[in-house]
Design a protein around this ligand. Structure first.
Ligand code: DQA
Length: 141
């Protein structure tokens, strides 16, 4: 069974409550329950932190044993050389996801320190971005 982990960065613990016009009104745990139910043949772990170093530690921990990492580093995407370097340092492929289309938002969201070392990037599909990332690992031959 493929072992995946979803790592969410700062403020994503507020999904469902935070700017619902952009991020939707479903909490991440509600979404995760649905997705785990739908993809029973994939093991899906979940980790969220508002702290940059904790995200780096989790990438190190999962990055040599999991089959895939789905990373939404949220605002750190646009600022963190440390998270970018961590993605580069590990073996497990990382798919970068964003709920919103960061390219039709402010200019500062157009920069990503994750993308150059990600296997791929999925953005702008709401929470479905995560599901598409799961499918990208499942469909792999
Ligand atoms: C986000 C986009 C980021 O620019 C923002 O800082 C977030 C969420 C997204 O999923 O759309 O917190 O990563």
């Amino acid at each position: 069974m493929k072992k995946l982990i979803i790592i969410n960065g700062p403020n994503l613990n507020l999904l469902g409550k935070r700017e619902p016009a952009i991020y939707g009104s479903l909490s991440f745990t509600e979404f995760l329950d649905k997705i785990k139910d739908k993809y029973k043949n994939v093991e899906i772990e979940y980790f969220q932190s508002n702290i940059e170093g904790e995200i780096i530690d989790k990438l190190h921990e999962a990055g040599f044993s999991y089959d895939g990492i789905i990373l939404n580093a949220a605002a750190y995407t646009h600022t963190s050389i440390g998270i970018g370097d961590a993605v580069k340092s590990i073996e497990t492929p990382v798919v970068e996801v964003h709920i919103s289309n960061t390219f039709n938002r402010e200019e500062f969201r157009h920069q990503s320190y994750i993308s150059p070392n990600a296997k791929g990037v999925i953005l702008g599909f709401g929470l479905q971005s995560y599901e598409l990332a799961i499918q990208s690992f499942k469909l792999e031959v």
